[in-house]
Write a new protein. Structure first.
Length: 140
């Protein structure tokens, strides 16, 4: 299995609901190492830039308003098969379809406010990591 890096975010609802520690604990318990971490409050413009891939979707305005509504925690996670491991821990986008025991099944109550973001492929991971972190902010 390749060692990969992926970008994780705890969304404003996850921060507001006080599950930062629980979410990070799940990552660490499953072998994902934190290589960089920061808390920040995205502007609407920054949220729109991050989610530009979804700009034609009907939920784009609502999603980016939500994502700029409060602080988030951004992290680089690293480990074997980290992109898929993180997606498996997150669960399906729609919490009602997420497997029991996943972050979204346990904490999300809305399809939009679904606690976490995780990169979906190596190319998007690279772009998303560079969106939040420069080389000096990453440990190796
Ligand atoms: P994922 O976060 O699982 O990779 P997507 O990339 O498809 O999911 O969508 C990005 C985010 O947009 C989701 O995490 C969720 O916050 C929001 N979203 C996706 N689908 C919908 C929808 N049908 N209605 C409202 N928000 C949605
Ligand atoms: Mg996605």
């Amino acid at each position: 299995m390749p060692i990969e890096q992926t970008l994780s975010m705890i969304k404003p609802d996850g921060v507001a609901r006080g599950v930062i520690g629980d979410v990070i604990g799940r990552f660490e318990k499953h072998g994902l190492k934190i290589r960089a971490i920061k808390m920040l409050h995205l502007s609407l413009e920054q949220a729109r830039a991050f989610y530009a891939v979804h700009k034609e979707r009907p939920f784009f305005d609502s999603l980016t308003t939500f994502m700029s509504s409060g602080p988030i925690v951004a992290m680089i996670l690293e480990g074997e098969n980290a992109i898929q491991v993180n997606r498996d821990l997150m669960g399906a986008t729609d919490y009602r379809k997420a497997a029991p025991g996943t972050i979204r099944a346990d904490f999300a109550r809305e399809i939009e406010a679904n606690i976490v973001h995780g990169s979906d492929a190596p190319d998007t991971a690279k772009v998303e990591i560079a969106f939040f972190f420069n080389a000096l902010e990453q440990v190796c």
